[in-house]
Design a protein around this ligand. Structure first.
Ligand SMILES: [Zn+2]
Length: 406
């Protein structure tokens, strides 16, 4: 099930799916004229498609609140997502929090619950809790397209095995199987359950809804609590390898003599440039992963004020990030780089340290001219999980809507 590889604006889709995908990419609201232009179809075709989606309760058309001017100077109706439109449940597993949210077309987060992981009694209890929260949200299960989950681990495409959730302290977990078994005893029985690596899903979300829009080869890197993830979106498709494990840029070596990494290697980019690396560079190492993010936030705040020791530490990790980026640029030839989480702060505070390493270490002469942008989405992985779950509706709306409407 390679749903994460689909492009939201893919050409293979039928016209109804293309229309829904465009409305989704436009945030769930657009003028009829704008949609007609994007699809390149005639007014009568657009009228037919909008009529079908209205009849099926997916969209609403505001004829009173006309905005803009359509073809031949006619005022253009505003198209929005109807309250009765199908939704998805999106789940994001972090070190300190499991977030469960209802998300609609256009990436609208309709509600969310954050479950503290620090007090989570164990995997079984956490999965019971996630299942219960998902069931609550599927109050009208026939409008629930799917459940999408973002996990901090490579995920095997064939069976949803969460292969190496290094920072959750879990062994490999057959997460799709464990949750599907729980769903079967509830109103969620039969609802598709789709899993993806959190950085992969965040990159997809940035490509569709954020700073990555329009990039042909988007290289995305992010760090949150601990660790560093990333992904490549190539011509609208996620590069995810033979089994779904790609890519893991956090585990390229930037210093063979560096710190040990939970993956078994040493000097990986993620231990040298994530929050743990930042705190070590500042002379304040901490072993407690729950304290790392707090300590790093304080250090970055100090660097923002120009405190010399903090600025030095940020420059050091930014240089390591630049080393890692140089290798990744050599491998992937991106036309845009998006840095999210604290990596965006490194770039803001120490752009020169990154640029110097790109210029010195990437053989691509233009490497230091590749645009580097900050991620735009606060909940990129959650929105990516929602997009993963919405994909069946965008790929084949008639089949999915018929299934939902029984
Ligand atoms: Zn590693």
């Amino acid at each position: 099930m390679a749903t994460t590889g689909q492009a939201a604006g893919g050409e293979a889709r039928d016209t109804l799916g293309q229309l829904l995908a465009q409305l989704h990419l436009l945030g769930g609201t657009a003028s009829r004229a704008e949609l007609t232009e994007r699809l390149g179809c005639g007014r009568s075709v657009m009228g037919y498609l909008l009529g079908e989606l209205t009849d099926r309760g997916v969209i609403a058309i505001d004829r009173a609140g006309r905005t803009g001017t359509g073809e031949a100077g006619r005022p253009s109706h505003r198209v929005t997502i109807a309250d009765t439109a199908p939704t998805v449940v999106a789940v994001q597993l972090n070190i300190d929090t499991a977030t469960v949210a209802t998300v609609g077309l256009g990436g609208r987060v309709l509600d969310r619950t954050d479950v503290p992981m620090r007090d989570a009694p164990g995997l079984d209890d956490l999965l019971d809790r996630i299942c219960a929260l998902a069931v609550e949200r599927a109050g009208a299960p026939r409008r629930m397209v799917a459940v999408g989950i973002a996990v901090p681990s490579p995920v095997r495409r064939s069976d949803g095995l969460v292969y190496a959730p290094l920072h959750l302290g879990w062994p490999s977990v057959a997460l799709r199987e464990l949750l599907t078994r729980r769903f079967e005893a509830t109103t969620l029985a039969g609802v598709p359950l789709l899993l993806g690596n959190d950085a992969n899903l965040a990159a997809l979300a940035e490509h569709r809804h954020g700073t990555g829009r329009g990039a042909a080869q988007l290289l995305y890197l992010t760090t949150a609590h601990v660790g560093l993830g990333g992904a490549l979106i190539s011509n609208g498709r996620l590069f995810d390898g033979a089994h779904g494990y790609a890519m893991e840029p956090g585990h390229i070596t930037v210093d063979p003599a560096g710190a040990p990494c939970p993956c078994g290697s040493t000097g990986c980019l993620e231990v040298e440039a994530d929050h743990r690396g930042l705190l070590r560079a500042a002379g304040h190492p901490t072993a407690d992963v729950h304290d790392v993010a707090r300590g790093a936030a304080a250090l970055l705040a100090a660097a923002e004020t120009g405190e010399a020791g903090a600025v030095r530490a940020v420059r050091q990790v930014a240089g390591r990030l630049g080393s890692g980026l140089a290798s990744l640029i050599n491998l992937t030839d991106p036309d845009r780089i998006v840095l999210a989480g604290s990596l965006a702060a490194y770039h803001r505070l120490a752009a020169t340290a990154i640029a110097d390493n790109l210029a010195g270490r990437s053989f691509l002469s233009h490497a230091d001219a590749i645009p580097i942008r900050a991620g735009a989405l606060d909940d990129a992985a959650l929105l990516g999980a929602a997009d993963l779950a919405l994909q069946p509706l965008l790929d084949d709306p008639r089949v999915t809507l018929s299934r939902l409407q029984g």
